[in-house]
Design a protein around this ligand. Structure first.
Ligand SMILES: [Zn+2]
Ligand SMILES: [Zn+2]
Length: 290
């Protein structure tokens, strides 16, 4: 579905929210397009002509895990759902790791997500899957919020947290640090070629994959899959999405039990995020909410 079709579909809705003309967020469109072009064209081309070192691949895997868990454990289960509490250094580390995903500050991401749970499948749901796969996957980030007052309501509680506000103020520096890190390590390993190769693979390509794996939750997990815990909303379970998203594929369970720190409640569910949170409990770095 192209943007014009989406625009028409959105405009065709009868809600008062959609009577205004849709405004595009050109900054986000530009950044996402550049990340996609670098990830899908420059990264394979560079690999073809110069190759990637073992260190590049290790950095890619490690940073994919850190960034992905920053989103799932930090932004999602800690900040948005308060499904556990943790020591301040752990919280700061998770806020930095989540920021490396280029998915906006926790203040913005989490207010959108709290709103998604409160208004699932309605016009006020930022990534309403009823508007189609491409809208809920990525196009929603290209459209300026038509109801910013509505978002502000969900930000209010988050604004009381000084570490969320600290991350919001320094968001650009956090994002840059996540790209500079592989660049510097690559440079120290094998000079300018190493800097560029680590930046492309463990920086830009890693960001592209984490972005799209997160988007899968909003699109695939609201369109296809099973609904073992009920069909009151469009959320669905997909165990295989959990393989990419550190356990977030059990989305039907999650919508029904959003305060549970687990998304995959059964012992054999692949949910590395719950394992990490459980390890915080064991190490006395975190605990379940009282
Ligand atoms: Zn959630
Ligand atoms: Zn959802």
């Amino acid at each position: 579905m192209d943007q014009i079709t989406v625009n028409q579909n959105i405009s065709a809705k009868s809600s008062p929210l959609n009577k205004d003309k849709v405004k595009f967020d050109y900054m986000t469109i530009t950044i996402f397009s550049m990340v996609s072009i670098f990830a899908l064209i420059a990264t394979p081309l560079f690999g073809y002509f110069y190759g990637y070192s073992q260190l590049d691949w290790i950095l890619f895997v490690v940073l994919y895990m850190i960034t992905g868990l920053g989103i799932t454990v930090g932004y999602h289960r800690l900040i948005s759902h308060r499904s556990f509490t943790c020591a301040t250094p752990v919280k700061i580390a998770l806020l930095i790791a989540g920021g490396w995903a280029l998915e906006n500050s926790a203040l913005k991401w989490c207010s959108d997500h709290i709103r998604h749970h409160a208004k699932t499948d309605t016009d006020e749901d930022p990534y309403n899957a009823k508007k189609g796969f491409w809208h809920s996957h990525v196009l929603w980030i290209f459209i300026k919020d038509q109801n910013p007052g509505g978002r502000e309501k969900y930000k209010a509680a988050l604004r009381k947290d000084k570490w969320i506000m600290w991350q919001d103020r320094h968001y650009l520096a956090v994002v840059v640090s996540g790209l500079v890190l592989p660049f510097v390590i690559g440079f120290l390993h094998r000079g300018w070629i190493g800097a560029i190769s680590a930046f492309l693979l463990a920086g830009v390509f890693r960001v592209f994959l984490v972005l799209n794996s997160t988007f899968f939750i909003n699109s695939i997990c609201h369109i296809w899959g099973t609904q073992p815990y009920g069909d009151a909303n469009s959320s669905r379970d997909n165990w295989w999405i959990s393989l990419l998203t550190f356990g977030e594929g059990y989305h039907n369970y999650h919508h029904n039990f959003p305060r549970d720190y687990r998304n995959g409640p059964l012992w054999y569910n692949f949910d590395p995020s719950k394992w990490l949170i459980f390890s915080f409990f064991v190490l006395r770095l975190g605990k379940k909410p009282s």
